[in-house]
Ligand binder design. Sequence first.
Ligand SMILES: NC(=O)c1ccc[n+]([C@@H]2O[C@H](COP(=O)([O-])OP(=O)(O)OC[C@H]3O[C@@H](n4cnc5c(N)ncnc54)[C@H](O)[C@@H]3O)[C@@H](O)[C@H]2O)c1
Length: 375
Amino acid sequence: MIKFAIVGIGTMGSTHALHLNEGKINDGKLVAICDINPARLQWAEENLSSDIKKYIDYDEMLAAGGFDAVMIATPHYLHPPMAIKALNKGYHTLIEKPAGVYTKQVREMNEVALKHPELKFGIMFNQRTNEIYKKTKELIESGELGEIKRTNWIITNWYRPQAYYNQGGWRATWQGEGGGVLLNQSPHQLDLWQWICGMPKTIRAFCYFGRNRKINVENDVTAFCEYENGGTGVFVTSTHDYPGSNRFEISGDNGQIVIEDNKLIFRKANINEKVFNETNTEPWSTPGFEVYEFANGNVWGNQHIEIFNNFIKAIEEDIPLIAPGIEGIKSLTISNAMLLSTWLNETIDVHNLDEELFYQELQKRINEEKSQKGE
Ligand SMILES: NC(=O)c1ccc[n+]([C@@H]2O[C@H](COP(=O)([O-])OP(=O)(O)OC[C@H]3O[C@@H](n4cnc5c(N)ncnc54)[C@H](O)[C@@H]3O)[C@@H](O)[C@H]2O)c1
């Protein structure tokens, strides 16, 4: 039995706490929780087993121990410093997405994790358990789709009204959250985009800040990327389109994958398009295609449970993690590149992202926000 402590008993942390407390996670037990908000400890008192230890101070919880692993479900800026502390104290560590706010901070966390190969370090990229994305990855890795020519992801159904932003707190501010839709709502798709199609080589992005909403951070993004092989991609996300879409298309030499409405459609060309083009002599001929469909059977809540189950099995049986923590830097590099491209009005070389410059530009926005508030 793997004993867990959770820090941050808010929206997501309380869901994880209930899953553990209700025995929904195989071989996992919740023994301690921590939150700086006394109201959340009160919630825990009323909703979780009475023998679960409650702490208001994270360092105190880590020092007290009595558990094997820590789940970190606090706001994003805190993921790296809290993970570093947990790993250095010898705890297996599972962090919420995104890995952090800026890659410089996340790189430090990864260095600590790499110094502790005896500890498992995971990240809650729960959508990696979705059968249709797993199938897509398989179709690409097996070579069935062929070389990627084009990727397009429109993920604009993360609708958030002004009332969501008016809740205040850490959300949708440079100081508290460090970004908007790229850091809060879309990290899952940014991770899947790179997990399935690979890291882009360059990014040119156009982020709009506070579009149709009174917020300082980005809530409307259109980004163009180029891959090493010359293929291109477009990623579009927002929180103010309604009803919005979630449509992911990947075009390869052997056809096209379209994922929409929890369904994957693979239009498999009868012959590799490049081969067809080289040999065909008919002006209006096409390669032709067959249609294959796959549906997804994995619902949202179960995805988080699956990541926990995998994390526990990785500790107990040393199986591979579905989402290793050190991979969190990849999607964060993409989102940092999208913001930096907008701020500098230029194309960003993703493999050589200037982490220090990103950090400085972020600090500028934080300072502007502070002076707006008269801080
Ligand atoms: N994987 C997913 O599907 C998913 C879904 C929602 C949120 N998240 C992630 O989970 C994290 C938390 O999001 P949320 O929506 O639950 O936020 P939230 O504001 O509801 O909860 C955060 C909690 O952390 C506590 N906290 C803040 N600072 C703390 C500290 N120093 N020590 C202890 N506790 C502290 C707060 O009091 C709060 O209760 C975010 O990084 C978010 O991106 C992931």
